[in-house]
Design a binder for this molecule. Sequence first.
Ligand code: SF4
Length: 381
Amino acid sequence: MTLEFLEAWFRRRDEPAFRARQVLDAVWRADSRDFDAISTLPSQTRVDLDRAFRWGTVADTELTLADGGRTEKALHRLDDGALIESVLMHYPAGPDRRERNTLCISSQAGCAVGCPFCATGELGFGRDLQTAEILDQVRSAARRLATRGRRLTNIVFMGMGEPLLNLDRVLESVAALNDPGRFGLGARHITVSTSGVVPGIRRLTALGPQFTLAVSLHAARDPLRDVLVPLNRRWPVAEVVAAAREHAATTGRRISYEVTMIEGVNDTELDADAMAVLLRGTLAHVNLIPMNPVAHTPWSASPMAAIERFAERLRRDGLPVTIRRNRGQEVGAACGQLAADRAGAPPVAAVARRRALLETSSAAALRGERSSEALPVGVDA
Ligand code: SF4
């Protein structure tokens, strides 16, 4: 809730509006647990707040640690039973950098885009998250960090879901995260990713810089991107990059392009050339990320040598490139893996059909052929 909303609530009850500030401070303080603990409020007000509002939207959170405790995966169960995931990554301070604690959060339960290298894509779409459900992932992580004397430094919307298909609520969430009277995290520390929802990118451009925009690119050629990011059939790669270029030019903020590296699929010389040509001269940074192992695909991560060759090709055209390390593989930290495990194994025949379709469509894409058959969303669709 916003301050204005809460102030109006108190005014209707003939209570002073400044109580709204006391409530919001407590809601966002990492050590508060419930309305009853807000000792600055009269006890009847605490009871009434508890009757009128929920303190949190997460019914239950299950935590799993990996990378020697530096990666913490949270599986959150919401009130209606929907499962969503967030991942907290700790990066210790080094000689030339400060400690970072980055939280990757979900914007939807499941996802309708259906990228075949992604466990969330295999689940299919559940529903949009409410603003509070997005923000409660942040409150949960901030509380856990506070007990270790740490605080969140970065938030990325790269968990389950396509943020720009739930844009109103994502924008409300970013406003709350940004607001010094609520979470108070600077816009430069927030990244929202999209698989290429062009109208959403244009809307963000019109709003001005709110956060760093990341584009999940994965391939620069349409025949291959049709396979890897099915939304490409609706908004082809040239349109996506044109909208992103305009966003960078208007806001002055560099676009982060994300590429999941899949062996023999999108790590070829042909693909590196195509990407260098597509992105050169743009205000961009490219992140190459080895694919996380995901059940039900025939693919695996590119070897490091192939990723380095790819990076070199992009650098020759003046593009800044970072090769990212995978985090939390032993706990299935790629988005949707835990929720997919809970959903149970899909039918064997459906998995075999999907694998065969992926193999033929990616082989056709390598030959430059654009398939007319779209991959169904969800393994057993
Ligand atoms: S990679 Fe992102 S957009 Fe694609 S299916 Fe997974 S969650 Fe959705």
